[in-house]
Design a protein around this ligand. Structure first.
Ligand SMILES: [Zn+2]
Length: 475
């Protein structure tokens, strides 16, 4: 981005400047650079009036003096480094500043000259940046990849890479390898999956019924349904190794088997046949003929339903169906809607309601059939609710095998992937790694938090570089 300014009180001096800046490009940042560079050349104790067309720069400048601008809030400002530099220059040179707004592109001679200078600035080979070492009031910075300082609201900026990391951690989990494959094959539409995960068709924002539905979606998508393999792992003393599938009676019941079981497929076939016609009428009734003019719409069929046309014995042969079952939304179920040129708003509305009814049937006609058999098993074997809750002693036993070592240094505890499924968004300090540490360091309160960070298991000193009076945290 280019920027420029011209001194107007003595035009004969012909004092003007133009330059170029990179990183965090924004028009406001260019304006701030113009203000900063013009203040540097002011003689000490001067009265300076700056005319700029950036209202944002003016507002932020005046907000710096506001009593509500605490050091913590200051750190959340975009371009805080530049603002700190400006404050530092004003203080060192004892300047008195006034900022005035001029209308952009309104024929103001000097503003037009500044515009031309800014454009010329873009062409210049040299890049202007400021060294953080010179800006004394700013004590710390966060550097990204040893490349550049994050001169933005740090929390908001880091949200993106942190989310990517969390997603990566989530799909790297052993039991979620299928989701990873589907992701790499670009089979899952994550946008619609997100809509679906938070879809609430009920009138109330929260309710027990809604929680139940969301729980089903979450458990399916994480392969965390309470199937017998998981129950055996968690309560080996209660099930005593019994893990035979309730539906087909000849395989171990796991989350994977539950969806691939030949008996499940039979039930699913009926459910999907019923919903296929509902789905097709949804498309046909909503075709946007206005957008087709004289063409005839060609609508592809979704493999989610067509897969049942051939004899499938396992859903490994039908990956799109597999996606739907584990509550991930495949691109292929959206495509027929798009073929019919239905608007995104309409797709969202009809598809989510459709999925809701479909999953309701899957839950009622498949999962509940399995659960009723599990309930019968519990009745037959005298297993009650309290059997599961009165297990304190055995839990202690498990911990002792770990020598009670829950510290971060124990590699068994170190890696989240080693301790069974755990939602990366819910990690406790026990499993802190670098990525979580960022959150603590970069949270809005990190200045208050520094003392207690010392009390964590981690030694963060290695990741922090000390300069004379600043620290960098490299990420
Ligand atoms: Zn089975």
């Amino acid at each position: 981005m280019g920027f420029g300014w011209i001194l107007t009180n003595d035009i004969n001096l012909d004092l003007k400047f133009s330059g170029k800046t990179v990183e965090w490009a924004s028009s406001t940042r260019a304006e701030i650079f113009a203000i900063l560079t013009c203040l540097i050349i002011c003689p000490p104790n001067s009265h300076v009036t700056i005319f700029t067309d950036s209202q944002c720069a003016i507002d932020t400048y005046y907000s710096l003096q506001h009593y509500k601008m605490t050091p913590r809030r200051l750190q959340k400002l975009n371009n805080v480094l530049l603002w700190q530099a400006i404050k530092w220059i004003i203080q060192s040179l004892n300047l008195t500043i006034k900022l005035n707004k001029v209308q952009a592109h309104s024929g103001n001679t000097y503003n037009d000259i500044a515009d031309t200078l800014a454009k010329a600035g873009c062409e210049q080979p040299d890049i202007i940046s400021i060294s953080p070492v010179g800006v004394k009031p700013q004590k710390g910075y966060i550097k990204f990849n040893e490349e550049f300082i994050i001169d933005r609201n740090i929390r908001k900026t880091l949200k993106k890479p942190i989310n990517f990391r969390n997603i990566e951690r989530q799909i790297s989990h052993r039991s979620l390898h299928i989701i990873k494959t589907f992701t790499l094959e670009h089979r899952i539409n994550w946008e619609y999956t997100q809509y679906w995960m938070s879809f609430n068709p009920f009138h109330k924002a929260t309710s027990q019924t809604y929680s139940k539905h969301v729980s089903w979606r979450m458990k399916c998508s994480n392969y965390a349904l309470p199937t017998l393999d998981a129950l055996n792992r968690n309560y080996p003393d209660i099930l005593k190794g019994f893990d035979t599938c309730f539906l087909c009676s000849n395989s171990t019941e796991t989350n994977e088997h539950f969806w691939t079981c030949s008996e499940s497929i039979k039930i699913l076939k009926n459910i999907f046949r019923k919903h296929e016609s509902i789905y097709n009428s949804l498309i046909i009734n909503n075709i946007n003929y206005d957008k087709f003019k004289n063409e005839i719409p060609t609508i592809t069929e979704s493999p989610v339903f067509t897969c049942f046309n051939s004899n499938i014995s396992t859903i490994f042969d039908a990956p799109d169906l597999h996606c739907i079952l584990i509550n991930m939304i495949p691109f292929s179920i959206i495509k027929p809607f798009q073929d019919a040129k239905i608007s995104k708003k309409e797709i969202k509305k009809s598809l989510l309601t459709f999925l809701f009814d479909l999953h309701k049937d899957i839950y009622e006609l498949l999962w509940k059939v399995r659960t009723s058999k599990w309930k019968q098993y519990k009745l037959d074997h005298g297993i009650t609710k309290s059997t599961f809750t009165k297990r304190i002693n055995t839990r202690r036993e498990r911990k002792r095998q770990n020598n009670f070592d829950i510290s971060h240094n124990n590699p068994l505890n170190d890696n989240i992937l080693n301790i069974g499924y755990s939602n990366p968004f819910m990690t406790s300090t026990r499993n802190l790694d670098d990525s979580v540490l960022w959150i603590y360091l970069t949270s809005s309160n990190f200045r208050h938090n520094l003392p207690w960070i010392n009390s964590l298991y981690l030694t963060i000193i290695d990741s922090i570089q000390f300069d004379t009076n600043l620290f960098y945290y490299n990420i």
